[in-house]
Design a protein. Sequence first.
Length: 182
Amino acid sequence: MTIRFAFLLLRGRREPAELQSDIARYAETRPGLGLNLARVAIAIVAMYFGAKWLVQSAPIVGLGLGMGPLVTGLLPVAICTALPEMAAAIVAARRGQGDMVAGHVLGSSLFNLLVVLGGMAAFRSTPLPASFVHFELPAAFALALVLLPMTRSQLRISRNEGLVLLLAFAAWLAWELFHLTA
């Protein structure tokens, strides 16, 4: 999926200008309360059934890959649900809108932690795995602290710092997969 996304992103830049403008015109939203309400209703229905399918299928796929529910949620589900966010962040970064990227990352993380987890717990008491409390949550906090000095230097994250973050993700991924098979 990521390879296909990268291919489409690179290919789109090579399309003729008239095709790019046709696509941009097609993607424009049209005003009108009725049409927008219909779009929202369709999106809500699609999201409901998509979420239902994901929740039913992900544990089965994870089990087939030898993953428990926590690791399935932390790896393939989280990565796949974050790909559209990554696309939005790439577009914003390419346009030089670093504040949009930072807001997106912070907003998404806070929304997931506070609204999704909090909302779920408000409806039903939610047990957390011990590894989440003892490793994943402290690791996420530590990585957030690593970002602080990176952003304070020049109010930007350099390519080298971005590489450090990617390597940190790869190390965390390796740790999760290693402990998955151990």
